[in-house]
Each structure stands twice: as C-alpha cells, then as structure tokens.
Design a protein around this ligand. Structure first.
Ligand code: FEO
Length: 401
C-alpha cells in the first residue's frame, strides 16, 4: 500500500501493529509503531528512508507497485538506524549504483552496520538537490537529534519537512495525519518519545529548532519517520518541543518506590497523604517500580517538578528496580527537579544514603536528608511520614508553572 500525501509525494512505509519493544527492550511501544518512508516523483524520483528489516519484503513489493526501481534517481537516508535502513541491503541489490545522499556520520554508520561500499554522496546543511519541476530538497544536519548522523530535509514547492525521528511517535494508526487520530493518545506518545529519547539533548533541540525557524521556511507538513504526519497546524509539535526542551515540568510530584514487606509502600502512601494535605493543587502519583513500565515511569519523571524515591535496605543497598531506574534517570540528564529519599530498614539502614547519592549524581536538588523508619512504621512514624510529605510539598511549591 502507498498513499498520496501531497502532489507527487507518497508515503511508502509500513505500520507495525505488533511491535511491543524497540531497540531491543530499551523502549516499550504499547501502541505499536510505523516506519515511514517517502517517495517523491518529480522529473527526478527520490526515495527518502526505508523501513525495518522485518518489513523489507513487503516494502520492496509495495515500492515496485508504485515505481520501477530502476527509475529511482536518488535515495536520501536521513538517519542510519536500522528501523529506517533495514531494507537498504535488499533494495540496493536491485539498484546498486543509485546514489545515497546522507551525512558524513551516516556513511560511517551505514558502512559499520552493513559493510557495503555504496555510492554515497555526503551532504551538509544548506546543500540542495534539484528534482526538477521547481522542486528542490534542502538538507539540514541534525547531529545528536538523536544520533550523530541524523538529518532532515525540506522539499520546497510542496513545503514539506522530512524530519525523520524528530517530532515522531511510536504510534501505529490506520490514519496518516495528525488530525485524524485520537489526540490524547497522540500526545501521550509524543511526550513519551521526547522524554525517553530527546531529553538528554534539550539544548541541542532548542538550538536546532531556532536555526530552522530562522530559515523562515513555509511548512505545510512535517513528515516524520514514526507515527503521524503533521498536517493540521504542523508547527504545534515544534512549539511543544521548544517547551519540553526548556527543562519542562508540571505541578506534579511522583513517588517512585519498591517494597518487600510493605513497610516502604506504607511510607510512600503516608508521604503522599502529607503532600496532598499541604498542597491541594499538586498532582501526586505513586509508582511501584517493579510493576510499572520503565519508559512510562520516565514520562512521569519528565513531567514532575520533584520526585520522592523509596526503597528498603537490602544487603546495604537498594532494590534492583531502583538501581536500574536510576541508570535510566541518570542517562536522561533531567534538570531543575527537586527530590528526597525514604525507606524502611531492619538491620543496617543504608538505602536512604544510597538513594541520596544516586539523586545527587543524577542532577536532582536534594530538599532534605531523607526519612528512615526502622521495621514497619507505627502510628507515630506514619505521622512522621505525613509530616515529611507536608514539608516536601512546601519546599517544592512553584509560583508559576
Ligand atoms: Fe527511528 Fe533513531 O531511529
């Protein structure tokens, strides 16, 4: 199946309704995904990106239905990751001399992954490719958004930005365009994508978007490589990216915890009660880390102005769910968020100290030294937990969100 998007531009990618995890098990895809590839047919014919290897056969078959492969003049690869290049080896077996336009880093990644000496044409920001009929592709390098090789390209005449991963979502849908899908689902997936993939590059996101905006391009559509095409108010997602890149936070406090015999869980609930007693406006969420999806947890951390983390002490450390969550939190480099730790213990009681260290090395501002309870909290200790929550709510109140 292929779909006309505008004039002589076609969607020739595939929807993956079944995928549950991406990049191994790094990213959960509860709503599936899609691999969006595009074909432009002007005086010159250009294919932009391919699809995952799992869809290679169906992709090539579909492409052959649309165009004689020998008539593809150029291939543009905006990004070398295999979800966009998995069909390249098979495709190039039919058209081995077709030039592949990509960045210098993309040549490295394609050679590194596929070990092929294809006809690479290295492009830089501002380079153009004339397609005839007054249509031109202009390339814009997007290093680290989200790989060193990433690039976008802009089709003048049709005013389409092919942004690759940027502005995308892992969201399988029968509809092509943003105005045709459930808006709630769409924006949850957009935020999850940004929080889990782009947060470490906030500054680069801001700089790159400002650079693109300064080019004063007329943008009628943003064609991403995953999920919907932005056609209705296409720059709304660009504005959202600018907002998210500015160390985004909502009036939310999230409590991340794990528990063995419920003592730390009871503490978490009493602390939550204290937060709500002190601040009627703040949104409070409790996440039992062993029962929640790690990427959904990161979306909640992304939205939070502050987090509380709790673990019982286990062999002088913390439960493994906390340890692995911190590995992810640290790698995402969240900024301007406050935090504190809590936990129960029966013997030596190091968990709060360990969590404090993890919070500090992950860039969080510690509000206090944390709260420990020996064994299971009694009524008085539960009141201490509530009081701890009230104090935390006071010290994390935001005047303006
Ligand atoms: Fe969709 Fe970075 O690959």
């Amino acid at each position: 199946m292929y779909f006309n998007i505008k004039n002589n531009v076609y969607h020739v990618g595939n929807v993956d309704w079944e995928i549950e995890h991406y990049q191994g098990f790094k990213y959960s895809t509860h709503k599936g995904s899609s691999y969006n590839a595009y074909l432009i047919q002007e005086e010159k014919n250009v294919l932009i990106d391919t699809v995952s290897e799992s869809f290679c056969d169906v992709f090539i078959k579909n492409l052959k239905n649309k165009i004689d492969l020998q008539k593809i003049d150029y291939i543009v690869i905006n990004h070398g990751e295999k979800d966009h290049t998995g069909a390249l080896v098979e495709l190039m077996s039919y058209i081995p001399d077709t030039p592949i336009y990509c960045t210098k880093n993309c040549v490295k990644s394609l050679k590194g992954q596929f070990h092929q000496e294809w006809n690479f044409v290295v492009v830089k920001s501002g380079d153009t490719l004339d397609l005839g009929n007054n249509k031109t592709l202009t390339f814009v390098e997007m290093p680290m958004l989200h790989w060193p090789d990433s690039m976008a390209c802009y089709l003048s005449g049709d005013n389409i930005l092919f942004s690759n991963d940027a502005f995308g979502q892992h969201y399988a849908t029968s509809a092509l365009f943003n105005d045709e899908v459930d808006q709630c689902e769409l924006f949850i997936e957009c935020l999850k994508y940004y929080a889990n993939i782009l947060t470490p590059y906030n500054k680069l996101v801001t700089r790159k978007i400002e650079e693109i905006l300064s080019m004063n391009l007329e943008i009628d559509m943003i064609c991403t490589s995953h999920g919907v095409i932005w056609r209705d108010n296409p720059t709304q997602i660009v504005e959202l990216y600018l907002k998210w890149a500015a160390n985004y936070k909502e009036n939310q406090i999230t409590i991340l915890y794990d528990t063995m015999w419920d003592a730390t869980r009871v503490m978490a609930e009493a602390i939550a009660k204290g937060l709500m007693q002190e601040d009627k406006e703040v949104k409070v969420k409790l996440l039992h880390l062993s029962k929640k999806d790690k990427n959904d947890v990161m979306s909640e951390v992304f939205k939070s102005k502050a987090i509380l983390v709790g673990s019982p002490t286990v062999n002088k450390g913390v439960l493994t769910s906390l340890a692995s969550t911190f590995e992810l939190i640290k790698s995402l480099g969240f900024k301007e968020k406050k935090a504190a730790a809590f936990g129960s213990y029966g013997w030596s009681g190091e968990s709060v100290k360990v969590l404090n260290e993890k919070l500090k090395e992950s860039g969080f501002e510690l509000v206090n030294e944390g709260l420990r309870v020996e064994w299971t909290p009694d009524l008085q200790e539960l009141e201490s937990c509530e009081s701890f929550g009230r104090e935390f709510a006071k010290s994390t109140k935001l005047k303006d969100i």
